[in-house]
Design a binder for this molecule. Structure first.
Ligand code: GDP
Length: 440
């Protein structure tokens, strides 16, 4: 995500490397580079100019402490200011009403239907809500099918009426259905167009007027950069929506939409879509995104994403096993399956500080786990529970059974043993603290 921008910002900061103090000249030069980087990332011109002017002024007013380099100081300032640019604080969804009505709007292909499914899944699993999805796209029968498939996957009911061509009537009937069945959030997916047109605006304005939604989320494809911002402006002028959803941030987006949208429409980004899977949705935290753009990684999101997948009881069990050095191949296999559910490997690894840039040109194969899984599956239950029992003859049988070779089996067992050692250390807080001290 945003690798190009990261690289260029990095280069801009180099101007300050080795400089003992912040001066009018070196800050001006750095800011010029930063502005260029932002414009290259497709950030709105006015936004980029106002931003760099502001940061420059603040940088010059900074008291340079001898213990911090000007580069570090400016990075921190940029981090704070980028967060403010993207909205400052996190904006929670307003879901207190019963039922809460959420209207989803946007152009065709932006990711509305996918997001509707993801949002329902999020509300169901994270917020303990009982959502109902309403298929309001009356022009594309395929969109209704798509929503039904997603609903089936995540276990959320979908209200449809394939005979009706009236989105207002469908939305109202959906709300009535939710009230009848005790569903407390109604997510209304609406029809899009390929471009903004009067018909679309009129129709969605009418749905808004009749359903009186508590939230109107505008879904926009972040790959479209400046266009995303213009579309957002047009929708906002008409709909006065309550929040933005940026989709496809896992793709090759330059970052312009994320950085400009708040300053142009003055509405918060509430969620970001980071993949096609139903779990690939994150609440938008401006400060974390800023750290990510600056290549400082996003450990907090990574941890949260992991927590979303892990069952707490299961995690507690696992910790107990690790403490007793009883972590076995069954646990290892189930961990691999959890990681796979978390989404695209490269994206996940990019959230670790310093790693994003390092792996930018590395192809990471999401199937890398396949041989590992087949090796573990070729072990007997006894072997999985007793890794120490796996001697040479067992290893060669496992290699044969899994269609791999002895070297691969040896490698996996060695890695597993190393991992067990590290885990054991980390399960002891004093030892872990000692290890962390040695880290940069
Ligand atoms: P709609 O026409 O606005 O309802 O858009 P869809 O939900 O049908 O999405 C259009 C395409 O974008 C589909 O192929 C989705 O799988 C894909 N898509 C949606 N959100 C994301 C995302 O966050 N990341 C990626 N990579 N693809 C997405």
């Amino acid at each position: 995500m945003f690798e190009n921008l990261q690289d260029k910002l990095d280069r801009a900061f180099k101007v300050l490397k080795g400089q003992g103090s912040i001066t009018e000249i070196n800050v001006a030069e750095t800011m010029k580079e930063i502005r260029k980087a932002l414009l290259d990332a497709d950030v709105n011109y006015k936004t980029a100019k106002a931003f760099t002017d502001d940061v420059k002024e603040k940088a010059l007013g900074l008291n340079v402490l001898t213990s911090i380099s000007p580069g570090q100081l400016l990075t921190k300032l940029m981090n704070d200011e980028l967060a403010v640019l993207m909205g400052g604080t996190v904006e929670e969804l307003n879901i207190s009403a019963n039922p809460t009505i959420i209207l989803i709007a946007g152009l065709n292909g932006a990711g509305k239907t996918t997001f509707s499914g993801k949002l329902a899944n999020y509300l169901l699993t994270k917020k303990n809500k009982k959502p109902l999805l309403v298929a309001g796209d009356v022009y594309r029968p395929a969109a209704i099918d798509q929503l039904e498939v997603l609903g089936g996957q995540i276990g959320v009911p979908v209200y449809t009426d394939r005979t009706s061509k009236d989105p207002v009537a469908i939305a109202m009937a959906g709300i009535a259905e939710a009230k009848k069945n005790g569903q407390n959030v109604v997510i209304i997916d609406t029809a899009g167009r390929l471009a903004i047109d009067e018909g679309l605006m009129k129709e969605i304005a009418e749905v808004k007027a009749q359903t009186k939604p508590h939230e109107i989320l505008f879904v926009v494809d972040s790959m479209t950069g400046q266009d995303a911002v213009n579309t957002a402006k047009a929708f906002n002028d008409r709909l006065d929506f309550s929040g933005v959803v940026l989709t496809k941030l896992d793709g090759d987006t330059r970052g312009g939409a994320a950085l400009s949208i708040k300053s142009v429409v003055n509405k918060p980004i509430k969620f970001i879509g980071t993949g096609e899977k139903m779990e690939a949705l994150d609440v938008f935290y401006p400060d974390r995104m800023a750290s990510r753009i600056l290549g400082m990684g996003d450990v907090v999101s990574l941890v949260e994403r992991a927590q979303m997948q892990f069952d707490e009881k299961e995690a507690a069990e696992l910790q107990k096993k690790i403490r007793k050095n009883k972590f076995d191949f069954n646990d290892f296999l189930s961990q691999i399956q959890q990681i796979k559910k978390m989404g695209n490997m490269k994206d996940l690894m990019g959230m670790i500080p310093g790693v994003g840039k390092a792996i930018k040109d590395v192809e990471i194969d999401d199937n890398a786990f396949t041989p590992i899984e087949s090796i573990i599956r070729s072990m007997t239950p006894y072997e999985r529970e007793n890794p120490d029992s796996i001697n040479q003859s067992r290893r060669s049988r496992i290699a044969n059974g899994s269609g791999t070779n002895i070297a691969e089996v040896n490698k996996l067992i060695k890695q597993f043993e190393d991992m067990r050692k590290v885990m054991k250390q980390f399960s002891n807080p004093a030892a872990a603290a000692k290890m962390m001290k040695g880290m940069p």
